[in-house]
Design a protein around this ligand. Structure first.
Ligand SMILES: [Zn+2]
Length: 377
């Protein structure tokens, strides 16, 4: 759970990882006009001062103090050797490292029975250096949510949240790419990222024993579109989803659950044909809460639903919930206006000085609205 805040002398907070250029300019004006100062939010026993330069980089002006180890400014805290999502607090740039090349189409590799066991173990080992597609999509979801919380914006509907996520792509650069993720389009670049409402799939057995498959997409224009996908890509994504939820996404959709499908789409040509075609080449499914948050299990979905309810009751920035991107054991924390404590939800007992801690595995057991309210008292 990284500390990402800078605190002004009057107590107002800034989150450097999500400041736009305009925000940084405003911050700089405010500091130079009113002779204000800001310090890192990680320590309460001493103030680690920060300044902002004319080229809008945020740099330390304290000497000799060490940050808390969980601080974004601590030495090595955003070390490339430890994280796949590097938010540079100084410049504001966000860079993502993937364990696949997004510009290249590949049919997913399915291990044989002999190979299956070790490869499943590798998949489950949480490697923070590179994202799989599933982890990358979840990270985008978390980042969009946390940015909104950081700037004091409220909880959205799932549809508006998807648009906010799409806007956030402007700030994300995948390592090895020259443009932001938002700027790659399947029509002009040959590949592009998508994050869409899932509206069903079709798998039709042909006379030759193969399948013809497609995904149905709800377009932002209100129309439905059919996207071609190879059977292998689709079945691997379905299998992974069923591992989390024990159900086919189509069945959950029929029960009224909102499902997101996300991944990469490619433009390709067939041998001997000049006509290009488009194909979904990388795909994952997620169930999302009514506020657009991605869940990895039915219990987490219920907890996130209750957290969203709680935040909707409150005025915008009285109460905020930040989701942790630090791994399986740290789920996130609440901040209450006027309360210096953090209210941490974690799966393991740990030492968090000055914080209120709730130990619960929200992937296995949902937290009710009453439990959450009790914790925040
Ligand atoms: Zn710090």
């Amino acid at each position: 759970m990284l500390n990402k805040e800078l605190i002004m002398y009057d107590g107002s907070r800034f989150y450097p990882a999500w400041l736009t250029k305009a925000d940084r300019q405003e911050l700089r004006n405010r500091i130079s006009d009113q002779n204000e100062r800001m310090y890192c939010g990680c320590r309460s026993d001493c103030k680690l001062w920060y300044s902002i330069s004319s080229d809008l980089r945020i740099y330390p002006s304290h000497r000799g103090y060490a940050h808390m180890p969980n601080c974004i400014y601590a030495e090595n805290s955003r070390d490339r050797s430890r994280f796949a999502f590097v938010q540079d607090g100084a410049s504001g740039e966000t860079r993502a490292f993937l364990n696949f090349k997004p510009s290249t189409f590949t049919v997913p590799y399915e291990p044989t029975d002999k190979e299956r066991k070790p490869s499943e173990e590798t998949e489950q080992k949480d490697d923070f250096k590179y994202f799989s597609l599933e982890r990358f999509v979840r990270q985008l979801n978390i980042d969009t949510w946390n940015e909104r919380m950081a700037v004091g914006k409220g909880v959205l509907s799932a549809d508006y949240f998807s648009s906010a996520l799409f806007g956030r792509l402007k700030s994300i650069i995948i390592d090895g790419c020259v443009k932001s993720l938002r700027e790659y389009r399947v029509d002009t670049d040959g590949w592009g990222f998508f994050y869409q409402d899932f509206d069903g799939y079709d798998m039709r057995l042909k006379a030759d024993g193969n399948y013809t498959c497609s995904l149905t997409v709800n377009g932002s224009d209100g129309k439905k579109y059919s996207w071609f996908i190879y059977e292998k890509t689709l079945s691997v994504a379905l299998k992974r989803f069923m591992k989390f939820f024990g159900k086919d996404p189509k069945d959950m959709l029929a029960e009224g659950q909102k499902i997101i499908m996300s991944g990469f789409r490619y433009q390709r040509t067939r041998k001997g044909s000049p006509q290009p075609y488009k194909v979904v080449g990388r795909l994952c499914f997620y169930a999302v809460s009514s506020s657009g948050l991605i869940a990895r299990s039915p219990a987490e979905l219920e907890t996130l639903e209750n957290i969203s309810k709680l935040l909707r009751f409150k005025k915008d920035d009285d109460l905020r919930y930040f989701i942790s991107d630090e791994g399986e054991d740290y789920f996130g924390y609440f901040e209450k206006k006027g309360d210096p404590r953090k209210f941490i939800i974690t799966g393991v007992e740990n030492n968090y000085p000055g914080a209120a801690v709730y130990v619960a595995d929200i992937l296995d057991t949902a937290l009710s609205l009453d439990q959450l309210k009790g914790f925040l008292r």
